[in-house]
Design a protein around this ligand. Sequence first.
Ligand SMILES: CC(=O)N[C@H]1[C@@H](OP(=O)(O)OP(=O)(O)OC[C@H]2O[C@@H](n3ccc(=O)[nH]c3=O)[C@H](O)[C@@H]2O)O[C@H](CO)[C@@H](O)[C@@H]1O
Ligand SMILES: C=C(OP(=O)(O)O)C(=O)O
Length: 427
Amino acid sequence: MDKLLIRGGRKLGGDVLISGAKNAALPELCAALLTDQPVTLHNVPRLQDVSTMLKLIRNMGVRAERDEQGTVRIDAGDLHNPEAPYELVKTMRASVLALGPLIARFGQAKVSLPGGCAIGSRPVDQHIKGLQAMGAEIVVEHGYMIARLPAGRTRLKGARILTDMVTVTGTENFLMAAALAEGETLLENAAQEPEIVDLAEMLIRMGAKIEGHGTGQIRVQGVERLHGGEHAVVADRIEAGTFLCAVAAAGGDVTLRHARLDHLDAVVDKLRDAGCEIAAVEGGVRIVSRDATQLKAQAFRTTEYPGFPTDMQAQFMALNCVAQGSAAVTETIFENRFMHVNELVRLGAGIHVDGKVAVVEGGAKLSGATVMATDLRASASLVIAGLVADGETLVDRIYHLDRGYDRMEAKLRGLGADIERISGTPS
Ligand SMILES: CC(=O)N[C@H]1[C@@H](OP(=O)(O)OP(=O)(O)OC[C@H]2O[C@@H](n3ccc(=O)[nH]c3=O)[C@H](O)[C@@H]2O)O[C@H](CO)[C@@H](O)[C@@H]1O
Ligand SMILES: C=C(OP(=O)(O)O)C(=O)O
């Protein structure tokens, strides 16, 4: 298992290129299953999750090639095995995104239930309920969702879908399914994340008829077939937010190339309130921060977009640990997303958790230690803490980090951080 060794105390400076978003690239790779024509995706990040998704679709009989520039060419013309097996699904929840496209194009799908993960139980009941409303018959047997259309039907039918909560991948599954359904689908309580908008724009390029993406109500007029197309994955707002928190904590002056300030409002507002200077510059976003001891810890509450993203909670918490003052961090999306707290405490942070609220007593002098990554964003928070901690921090189990960050240590090294990957035996 690889580890990251960080020697803290360096300020960061220079330019860093923000990659395409994991949470847009994954549904967009699945959207390519909706057509028998070639689809080209540019700006696809180099991540373990993307490799897993490519493996998953190749296993279905899809041709998918990735080049060094981040372009992936997908041809699902010969897809003959509409199935997502457990061995591939277990490492990546986003595999559930294969369900909507497969049932929409082939009238059948067999997708393993993703199961729980470190941050919560993460059920998929809403996905199943919504696709059933569109006419799919879905049974759960032996750990698989087995979906088919009733005898005599060749297409899903449009429906009004009102989910019990806002669900990002749920909305994406419905969007993709509705694109090929017969008639109109109305998605109420739809997720509004930039990744949903990016997926909708890709589908529209492929011939889908979609309105209202980016709002809570999306209307889709189904079409009989979609054609191939070309699309560039939107910049990763969570990777950008992670670098913003890293610079805020370590201090420095960094420009994030390709980052979109308009996708980061909630995080940027808090960073500005903390005392950082952040501005849109040509082709990106610039942050200037003296160092965390000059900043004020910020209270926040995670909510759906455009609120403060749960995927930024751990990284901002690391910053709060070394900023001045105390701040309450409330996690409302996932029931178990404070796994980083104990590891931050091992580095010297003062944090007390009570249910959904973690109260951070700022002003900690962190000192390096060996810590364990427990999930993707927890790993990033430990890297940020390591950048400001005194001495050496060794972050273990970084396969979590590799799932969703594109060469993070190389990017940080390019900004002047003292960080290296120590390769271990395969996990
Ligand atoms: C690949 C991807 O895009 N992942 C993102 C997506 O995950 P994902 O789409 O899995 O998260 P959801 O938006 O669906 O989850 C929101 C909440 O709804 C619950 N829920 C969801 C669906 C369902 O059928 N039943 C149910 O109870 C979940 O357990 C959670 O408490 O959005 C999350 C919330 O912004 C992010 O943290 C993830 O990075
Ligand atoms: C929770 C996350 O991703 P996933 O839904 O892929 O587990 C994340 O990106 O922080």
